[in-house]
Write a protein that binds this ligand. Structure first.
Ligand code: HEM
Length: 164
């Protein structure tokens, strides 16, 4: 931290980021690891029911995270923290990183619910491979890649805005 009193709660990672941003920064590591684990379970161990519930819980957790994050940002902003001073302006590359991140974050918010709802509607219950498998693999691979890129670009934004 740099001695400036920013709006909202400070985080615990020792950077200029807020508490919510620190939690999200760390949560994305957990999300990526759990997602990879869930895909390994379905692909190599055929644990379809486990995969289904892990993906539903991940979807709900991610949606809650987006809502909490939006509230924090609307209430307290982030530009002061990124600039390192009250009333300051973030550097140009911070805005570029944010826009790149938003492409993946916003498309994930669209693709994830589509993937989950379609899988719930089209796979049998309890879930098993079916005619829908091919299309699920297409959407689901896109959804998984989008989430990984959301995490990577999110960490990059965090570093550029609040660490450097
Ligand atoms: C965003 C959410 C989801 C993601 C990212 C995802 C990801 C994946 C991926 C990447 C595969 C392919 C694994 C392989 O290459 O063999 C897969 C397979 C599968 N998923 Fe999902 N999944 C999601 C949600 C769901 C849900 C909600 C269900 C159940 C209703 C489900 C049921 C299945 C089944 C049954 C397979 C096996 C298909 C087969 O091997 O024929 N998935 N999932």
């Amino acid at each position: 931290m740099d001695g400036v009193t920013y709006p909202g709660f400070d985080g615990f990672l020792g950077t200029r980021a807020s508490l919510v941003l620190d939690l999200l920064f760390l949560a994305m590591f957990v999300v990526v690891l759990v997602l990879a684990w869930s895909i390994i379970q379905v692909k190599y161990r055929r644990r379809y029911q486990l995969h289904k519930w892990v993906q539903i819980v991940l979807g709900v957790v991610l949606l809650s995270a987006v809502i909490i994050f939006e509230i924090d940002i609307r209430l307290h902003g982030w530009e002061d923290r990124a600039a390192g001073q009250l009333g300051g302006h973030p550097a140009a590359d911070v805005w570029t990183a944010l826009y790149i991140h938003l492409v993946f974050a916003v498309s994930s918010v669209i693709i994830w619910p589509i993937t989950i709802i379609q899988a719930l509607r089209k796979f049998p219950n309890p879930p098993l491979p079916s005619d829908y498998s091919g299309r699920h693999k297409t959407w689901a691979s896109l959804a998984a890649a989008d989430m990984l890129l959301t995490a990577i670009t999110g960490w990059t934004f965090y570093y550029l805005a609040f660490v450097r």
